[in-house]
Design a protein around this ligand. Structure first.
Ligand SMILES: [Zn+2]
Length: 479
């Protein structure tokens, strides 16, 4: 990090200031929250092309102003790095919104069906407009591939990946997308043979990988505790302990098949995100990753998705293997009581360990799993605040900084992109959003009331609340 920073500073020094090489956009007179890991804040930020070129005082920023520079007066508002929702089903969200699976009225299964390429592109673009209005500039589409080519929704098949490629090539994406390939069914079974066949023919993308990146693979190890299909050392009320979703003649064969899937994908150089909610599934994942050797494991940055019943020991192992954990705080709040109902209050209270994961060393990412939940990250932070409660001993600023890291710099780490996005520093991508108030000065529970005013991706304004006034609000209605 230090090396990168000094390289960027050296680069900064070479940029001639003044009207000969002016900034395209200057935002000044507010709080620029850089999320650079050193709690750095500044008054102003300047952008040229698709890069941040300056972070510092409002006065110095104006030295970069030329005749065509757009200057935005923040008037005390805050600038943060663009939000990265590290687990969000973009095509599915676009097909369903404003419906979500977990909503005000409880749980529902709204129907969605994307038939044609046009349907798929429209759904992705619709999600893009919604995310831009929320300040979200990157997301991970966790699971697209042949296992869902004949799926009931059309939201997760290979055709969706083709639509992303078309939109990326045409320059129509308004958020950067990372994709995990899926060789089984979403939330369902997978078998070793199809997995290995899928892996050998895995799709690639030759265009601009800062917009669309095929990072690796998604594997569904198990289900969820309320359905009794999270694989656990605990016991459900019917005496069962769940099992793996991966196919096999018996539990030992299923475990071996999961391990072989992980090892094949790892050997082929893919990052692996495993949907694992049960402690036993997580342990199998960890054992497989550990067997690849420490250095190899750490370089891969594999991660647990959901991780409901992860133990403290497993969380520590995750850290030592250089892995991440991707948790949805809104799911913890919404389904915690159901988990308590099938296991116990005590088990539910230690599930989804957002607080203990926050301090590392496993990299904690928080995400929405939209359209399971709304993609509104402000609600995600509020839910995380509710889940961690009050006995954490941190001041509000420290808590909010850590929660925001999980949606910015940590998510960039998951994308293996921390060298060029996720923080606001010279040389980094100009992905940012403007909030009505400094988010470090409000409590998690009050964040949903803080407006998003402006979103910039790759130096381009993709949402401006004022100019969007009069148009349908993508966050509340069909659009
Ligand atoms: Zn998901």
């Amino acid at each position: 990090m230090t090396e990168i920073t000094s390289a960027l500073e050296a680069k900064m020094g070479q940029i001639p200031a003044g009207p000969g090489n002016p900034a395209d956009l200057i935002l000044r007179g507010g709080s620029v929250i850089t999320m650079d890991g050193r709690n750095s804040e500044a008054e102003a930020i300047a952008v040229r092309g698709n890069e941040v070129i300056f972070v510092g005082s409002s006065e110095d920023a104006m030295h970069l102003a030329g005749n065509n520079t757009q200057v935005i007066e923040l008037n005390g508002r805050a600038v943060i790095p663009g939000i990265n929702d590290s687990h969000l089903h973009g095509a599915w969200l676009g097909a369903l919104w404003p419906d979500t699976i977990i909503g005000g009225a409880g749980f529902q299964s709204p129907a969605a069906r994307l038939e044609t390429g046009e349907d798929r592109r429209n759904a992705i673009l619709r999600t893009g407009r919604l995310l831009a209005s929320l300040g979200i500039t990157s997301y991970t589409e966790p699971g697209l591939g042949p296992g869902e080519d004949n799926g009931p929704t059309g939201c997760f098949g290979s055709g969706v990946l083709d639509s992303y490629k078309e939109l990326a090539d045409a320059g129509h994406l308004t958020a950067r997308v990372t994709v995990l390939s899926l060789f089984g069914e979403l939330d369902g079974a997978s078998d070793l043979e199809s997995f290995e066949r899928g892996l050998s023919g895995i799709r690639t993308y030759e265009g601009d990988r800062k917009w669309l990146r095929l990072a690796g693979v998604k594997i569904f190890a198990d289900g969820i505790p309320p359905m009794h299909n999270a694989w656990t050392h605990h016991c459900y009320p019917d005496g069962s302990s769940g099992d793996l979703l991966v196919e096999g003649a018996d539990t030992a064969a299923r475990e071996d098949n999961l391990r072989r899937m992980i090892l094949s994908a790892h050997a082929a150089g893919h990052q692996i995100g495993v949907h694992a909610t049960g402690d036993r599934s997580i342990e199998t994942f960890l054992d497989a990753v550990e067997s690849t050797g420490l250095e190899s494991a750490r370089a891969a940055r594999h991660y647990v998705i959901h991780g409901d019943l992860i133990s403290g020991a497993a969380l520590a192992r995750l850290g030592s293997l250089g892995m991440g954990i991707n948790i949805q705080p809104g799911i913890a709040v919404a389904t915690g009581p159901m988990l308590a109902g099938v296991l116990s209050d005590q088990i539910a209270a230690s599930a989804w360990p957002i607080l203990s994961a926050m301090g590392g060393p496993a990299k904690l990412c928080l995400s929405s799993d939209a359209p399971v939940l709304s993609p509104d990250w402000r609600q995600g932070i509020a839910a995380a605040g509710e889940w961690v409660g009050t006995g954490h001993g941190m001041g509000n600023r420290e808590l909010m900084t850590r929660l925001l890291s999980s949606y910015t710099s940590h998510a960039a780490w998951q994308d293996k992109a921390e060298a060029w996005k996720g923080t606001l520093e010279p040389g980094k991508a100009a992905d940012l959003c403007v909030l009505e108030h400094n988010p470090l000065e409000v409590s998690p529970g009050d964040l949903p009331g803080v407006r998003v005013d402006l979103t910039v991706v790759d130096g381009r304004i993709v949402y401006d609340r004022e100019s969007a006034a009069g148009e349908p609000d993508p966050t509340v209605a069909h659009f």
